[in-house]
Design a protein around this ligand. Structure first.
Ligand code: C5P
Length: 232
């Protein structure tokens, strides 16, 4: 499982997404499809982008009873996505059921990663709303360990946490990291950011990059710059 740059296609329609992807006539980026686009366009958007030669990370963050997650993961696996995810908060049992559902008859399956705590959840809301008293970084590492125990391949985390996750769960446990910005670019609403080069140094396996590429005057150039800094 090699290092790659995943482009977050946070568009609200198929038309905008395909217009954006049409620009990439050379290397076809690994693309992330999130809830907004998937709920707007349905599974056909996945098939269409896949048929154009892109790898797909389907970011739907499943969280339900194990049986429902297992059956839903089987559907996503048949869509032939390359990576998908769920909430580690659904427990080890739910994550194990997800792996079962995702695994095809020939034993292959998409990469499965877990969301630990969303970056929008801070320690105060964890304590007040969720009644979780432990420090947030301990909770994140505990959820990452649970994901590993369940047989998942890795977690989504900040590039700043990637080194620690590898320390706790091993170097082969994948870290997929959003919050990437160019050194000379806009930070926007991301609070804790790293450049692609720093993310590479700290050991991120995949970086997820949205607006620095999608909102760039030259998206292909911005993507190629990410690839140069992160992979080459
Ligand atoms: O535009 P930007 O590069 O900030 O996009 C980052 C992508 O990664 C978005 O799709 C965002 O939803 C996702 N993401 C994130 N932070 C997380 C988890 C996911 O920015 N903790």
């Amino acid at each position: 499982m090699g290092k790659d740059v995943i482009v977050a296609c946070d568009f609200d329609s198929k038309q905008k997404t395909l217009e954006f992807l049409d620009k990439f006539t050379g290397r076809k980026p690994f693309v992330k499809i999130g809830m907004e686009l998937f709920y707007a366009e349905g599974p056909s958007i996945v098939r269409e982008i896949k048929a154009r030669g892109h790898k797909i990370f389907l970011d739907l963050k499943l969280h339900d009873i194990p049986n429902t997650v297992k059956k839903s993961m089987a559907v996503l696996s048949r869509l032939d996505v390359d990576m998908t995810n769920l909430h580690a908060g659904g427990t080890v049992c739910m994550m194990q059921a997800a792996i079962e559902g995702l695994t095809r008859e020939d034993g292959t399956r998409p990469i499965l990663i877990a969301v630990t705590q969303l970056t929008s959840t801070d320690e105060e809301s964890m304590r007040k709303d969720l009644w979780i008293e432990k420090p947030i970084d301990e909770v994140v590492m505990h959820y990452a360990e649970n994901a590993k125990i369940a047989g998942l391949d890795g977690v989504v985390c900040s590039p700043l946490e990637a080194g620690k996750v590898h320390g706790v769960c091993g170097d082969n446990f994948l870290t997929v990291t959003p919050g990437v910005r160019f050194a000379d670019g806009d930070v926007g609403d991301q609070k804790r950011v790293m450049t692609p080069e720093q993310a590479k140094k700290i050991g991120s396996d995949y970086i997820v990059v949205g607006r620095p590429i999608t909102a760039a005057a030259d998206p292909v150039g911005a993507y190629e710059r990410c690839v140069r800094e992160f992979i080459d």
